[in-house]
Design a protein. Structure first.
Length: 766
C-alpha cells in the first residue's frame, strides 16, 4: 500500500511566536533568508546554519578538480575530498595542505591590540610604554630613548632637535607646542599652570590629577576612572583634578578605594582530601559538606537554594544540599567548566570532547545545546544579573580567546585574544564586573572588565611556582599552588600570605555578594528552559531539551509526523531514541488530502469524491464540512481554525470558516492551480499556477505575483513554515529556495539535485 500524503506536522511545534522578524543583523553577521542572523564566517562553510539553508546557497565553487559529495570539497592537486568544515581549522587534511591555504591567520589580534613578535596580543597603548609587556621586548623595539626627546602618542620617539623645528612629527602635533620660543617671564610662557624655561621655549607642566593637552599649554583633568586598572575596584566617579570611589550595595568603603563585604565571612568552596567543603578565610576552619564517590573535576553552587553541584570525569553532574545527593545528568566525559545561573537555578557547562556549551534544568528534566559550532570551550563563568556568559575558547590552530555572549548563546564575540598565553583558571569578581584568569606563559594574573575595557596584567606573580586555581573577592587574590592557598591584595600582589598548607584543586568564593539577587526576565514565562538575553526585547528566549521542539507558547513537545495511505492516517512521535506510532483514522472511502488542527484537535480529510469531513481526536465526533465544489486539497489555519481548500478542477481556492461556517470563494482562474500553501503564521496564502507563484492575504483580496519559477520543477514545491521559505527541486539549478521575507530566490547548485520530489521541509534539510 503506497503513501498518498505526508505532512511535517511538527511545523506547528517549531514556529516562532512572532509574526515577523527584523531583517537587520549586527556587523560581522549575515542575514539568512528566514530572517535569522549568523556569523559571517559560517557563510558557505559546508554546514547549513540558516533554517532555510540559504547560507550554503549561491556559494562560489570551491576546487572543482574532483566531483565531491555534498558538504565536501576537493583538495588541490589531489584526488581527495574533505569536509567543508575542515577548511582553515589549523589541521592539514589535504595531502598538499590546500585546505589551509588563503586562510585568515589564527594569531590575529583585535583591532584595539598590538601584535607582539611571539604572537601575544597587548593593548596598543602599552606599545613603547617602557615596560616589557610582550615578554620578548618586541613592544619596546624601535621606540628610541626619550629622556630628552618627545614621545608621540603612537609610540614614536623624537630627538630633542625635532621639537619645535617647525615640522609636525607626532600625530597630535605635541612636538610643536604653542610655547615654542616663548619664555616663562612673559605671561607665564602661556602655560595655564607650571612653567619651566627650556632651550627650545617654555615647558608647561601640571599638578597631580591633570595632564598637559596636545597644544602643550593647557592642563586638562585626568579621568582616573578610565585607567586600565583604576584605584576604585567597583564604582568610580571622576572630579576635576581628582576622583572618589564608592561601592555596590552590600559593601562598605574602607579607606579611599577598598570595598569590604558586609554580612557573612568570606568562605571558599573547595575540594580537600576528596571532600567538598567550605574553608573560612578568617578562621582557616574547613567544614565538610559532602564526600562524593568520584573525584570532582568542576564545582559550582546555588547559594539562594542551598545547593552544591559537581561534575566527574565520566561526564556525570551531581548535586547535594549537604545531606542527600543525587545524579542530575549522566552525560559525556569531557566536562571542563560548570556554572550556575543563580537567578533561575539553571546549570551551564562546557564539554571539551563534544566541543559544546550546554544549559540544563537543575532538576534534571532536560538540557539543551547552546553552542556547538566552531568552538572549543574550557572554563565558563556567568553573570546572570547582566544576562552574560563568558568562556575561554580554543580556535583554529593555536588561537585562544576569551569569548562573550548572552546566556542564550546569541551575539557571540571575542573579548580578548589570548593566543600563545596558555590561559586557564577563568573567574569573576561579580561586584567589580571584572574577569580574571591566569597566563601560564606570562606567569601572571590577567584581567579585563566584562565590557572589554580595563585590560591589565599583574606580572610575574607565579615565577617560582605555577598556580593551580584562582578566585577574586573584595580587593583580594586567592590562588592555589603546590605549597597551598595564598592571599594577596590586588594593589600590592607581591605582599602575599600563605593561608593554609593544603592541596585545593578547585576553588570558588562562597558569598551572597558573589551571587547577588536582582530582577530578571524569567519570573513568569511559559518556557521549559528560560535563557536570559538582552538580545531579545523580552529579556529572555525559550529553549527545549535536546530532542524536543518549541511551541509558540513556549512549551516543548517531541517532534511528530503524520502521514497517510489511501485508507489510513498515522502519527509518528519521536521521543528521543523511542518512536511511537499511533493510528489516528481509517476509512474505506479513500483519502485524497488531510490536515490537522492541533489547537482544536480536529483531523480533516478529503475522500475520493471530493467531500471534506472532520473527526475530533478528543471524543471521536465526526462532521461534514461544507465547500462550494469538490475539493482535492485542504489546509488548516492554525490560528483561526478556518479551512482553506482547492477545488479538484484546479480552478478555485476557497475557505470555510471555523465552527461550521459558510464556504466562500477567494480566487478563481482559467489556468491550472498545481498546489496551495498556507503561511498562517504570517497570514498569507500562496499557490503555484503554471510557472508562477502568487500570494494574497488569508482574508482574500488582490493576488500578487511573487516569482516566475521558469519551469523545470521536478516534483512538488513545499513550504517550510518555520524557515519562511518555499523549496523545490529544479532541473537546471538543483535545490532552490525562495525566502518569503526577502522575496529572494537562491540555488544550492546541481550538487544538491534530489532525485524525485521534495515532500516536506524542516530547518535546512529537505
Amino acid at each position: 500500500m503506497g503513501f498518498c500524503r505526508f505532512v511535517c506536522v511538527f511545523v506547528l511545534a517549531t514556529v516562532r511566536a512572532s509574526t515577523g522578524q527584523v531583517l537587520e543583523c549586527h556587523p560581522g553577521e549575515w542575514l539568512c533568508g528566514d530572517g535569522n542572523c549568523i556569523p559571517d564566517i559560517w557563510r558557505c562553510d559546508g554546514d547549513g546554519d540558516c533554517l532555510d539553508g540559504t547560507d550554503e546557497m549561491d556559494c562560489p565553487p570551491r576546487h572543482l578538480s574532483l566531483d565531491c559529495p555534498a558538504g565536501q570539497f576537493s583538495c588541490v592537486d589531489s584526488v581527495s575530498c574533505v569536509n567543508e568544515s575542515a577548511l582553515c581549522d589549523g589541521q592539514h587534511q589535504c595531502p598538499t595542505g590546500s585546505d589551509e591555504e588563503n586562510c585568515t591567520t589564527s594569531d590575529s589580534c583585535l583591532d584595539s591590540d598590538w601584535t607582539c613578535l611571539n604572537h601575544i596580543c597587548i593593548p596598543k597603548e602599552l606599545r613603547c610604554d617602557g615596560r616589557n609587556d610582550c615578554l620578548d621586548n618586541s613592544d619596546e623595539q624601535d621606540c628610541g630613548r626619550c629622556e630628552d626627546g618627545v614621545r608621540c602618542p603612537e609610540g614614536l620617539c623624537l630627538s630633542a632637535e625635532d621639537r619645535c623645528d617647525g615640522k609636525v612629527h607626532c600625530s597630535d602635533g605635541s612636538d610643536e607646542p604653542a610655547t615654542c620660543g616663548r619664555r616663562c617671564s612673559e605671561a607665564n610662557g602661556g602655560c595655564s599652570h607650571v612653567c619651566t624655561d627650556e632651550p627650545w621655549g617654555a615647558r608647561c607642566s601640571c599638578p597631580a590629577g591633570y595632564k598637559l593637552s596636545a597644544n602643550g599649554v593647557v592642563c586638562e583633568d585626568v579621568d582616573e576612572c578610565t585607567q586600565p586598572f583604576a584605584s576604585c575596584l567597583q564604582h568610580c566617579t571622576n572630579t576635576v583634578g581628582s576622583y572618589y570611589c564608592h561601592c555596590r550595595e552590600g559593601f562598605t568603603l574602607n579607606g579611599t578605594s577598598m570595598c569590604v563585604a558586609t554580612g557573612n565571612a568570606t568562605r571558599l568552596l573547595t575540594l580537600r582530601k576528596g571532600s567538598i567543603g567550605l574553608l573560612n578565610v578568617e578562621t582557616r576552619q574547613f567544614e565538610v559538606i559532602h564526600t562524593p564517590n568520584s573525584n570532582p573535576v568542576a564545582l559550582t553552587f546555588d547559594l539562594i537554594r542551598g545547593l552544591y553541584y559537581w561534575a566527574d570525569r565520566r561526564g556525570n553532574i551531581f548535586k547535594t544540599d549537604g545531606r542527600d545527593s543525587e545524579t542530575v545528568y549522566a552525560g559525556e566525559p569531557g566536562i571542563k567548566g560548570l556554572a550556575c545561573d543563580w537567578l533561575n537555578g539553571h546549570l551551564y557547562w562546557t564539554n571539551q570532547n563534544t566541543e559544546a556549551i550546554y544549559m540544563g534544568a537543575s532538576d534534571g528534566k532536560g538540557f539543551t545545546t547552546l553552542l556547538s559550532k566552531n568552538i572549543q570551550p574550557a572554563e565558563l563563568v556567568l553573570l546572570p544579573v547582566e544576562s552574560l556568559m563568558f568562556w575561554i575558547n580554543g580556535g583554529p590552530g593555536d588561537r585562544m580567546t576569551l569569548e562573550k555572549s548572552w546566556m542564550d548563546g546569541s551575539e557571540k564575540s571575542s573579548l580578548v585574544v589570548l593566543t600563545a598565553q596558555s590561559p586557564y583558571g577563568l573567574t569573576m569578581d561579580v561586584a567589580a564586573r571584572r574577569l580574571y584568569w591566569i597566563s601560564d606563559f606570562k606567569k601572571s594574573i590577567e584581567t579585563v572588565k566584562v565590557d572589554g575595557s580595563g585590560r591589565y596584567s599583574f606580572m610575574g606573580l607565579f615565577s617560582s611556582s605555577p598556580a593551580l586555581g584562582l578566585v577574586v573577592f573584595e580587593s583580594w587574590f586567592y590562588w592555589v599552588d603546590d605549597k597551598g592557598l595564598w592571599q594577596a591584595p590586588q594593589h600590592q600582589p607581591s605582599h602575599r600570605n600563605l593561608l593554609q598548607r593544603a592541596t585545593l584543586p578547585l576553588l570558588l568564593v562562597y558569598h551572597e555578594l558573589q551571587q547577588p539577587r536582582g530582577s530578571y526576565a524569567c519570573v513568569k514565562t511559559p518556557c521549559h528552559l528560560c535563557l536570559l538575553t538582552k538580545g531579545n526585547p523580552l529579556g529572555f528566549s525559550c529553549a527545549c531539551p535536546n530532542s524536543k521542539v518549541l511551541l509558540p507558547d513556549g512549551a516543548c513537545e517531541y517532534p511528530r509526523f503524520v502521514y497517510s495511505t489511501t485508507s489510513e492516517i498515522t502519527m509518528l512521535e519521536f521521543k528521543g531514541k523511542e518512536t511511537r506510532k499511533t493510528l489516528l483514522f481509517t476509512t474505506d472511502a479513500g483519502i485524497l488530502s488531510f490536515d490537522l488542527d492541533w489547537y482544536r484537535d480536529w483531523l480533516y480529510w478529503v475522500n475520493q469524491i471530493g467531500q471534506v469531513q472532520r473527526i475530533s481526536l478528543t471524543n471521536g465526533k465526526m462532521e461534514m464540512v461544507a465547500t462550494l465544489l469538490p475539493v482535492c486539497l485542504v489546509k488548516v489555519d492554525q490560528r483561526t481554525g478556518s479551512l482553506y481548500w482547492m477545488s479538484c478542477d484546479q480552478a478555485c481556492i476557497g475557505v470555510t470558516a471555523a465552527d461550521r461556517g459558510f464556504p466562500r470563494s477567494l480566487y478563481r482562474t482559467k489556468k491550472d492551480i498545481h498546489d496551495m500553501y498556507l503561511d498562517w503564521l504570517r497570514g498569507g496564502l500562496l499557490w503555484l499556477e503554471g510557472d508562477l507563484i502568487f500570494s494574497m492575504s488569508l482574508s482574500g483580496g488582490e493576488p500578487r505575483e511573487m516569482l516566475n519559477t521558469g519551469g523545470g520543477i521536478k516534483g512538488s514545491v513545499v513550504l517550510d513554515l518555520r524557515a519562511s521559505s518555499l523549496l523545490w527541486n529544479s532541473e537546471r539549478t538543483g535545490l532552490t529556495t525562495m525566502s518569503l521575507l526577502q522575496d529572494k530566490r537562491r540555488s544550492a547548485g546541481k550538487r544538491w539535485t534530489i532525485s524525485g520530489s521534495i515532500v516536506a521541509a524542516f530547518e535546512p534539510f529537505p
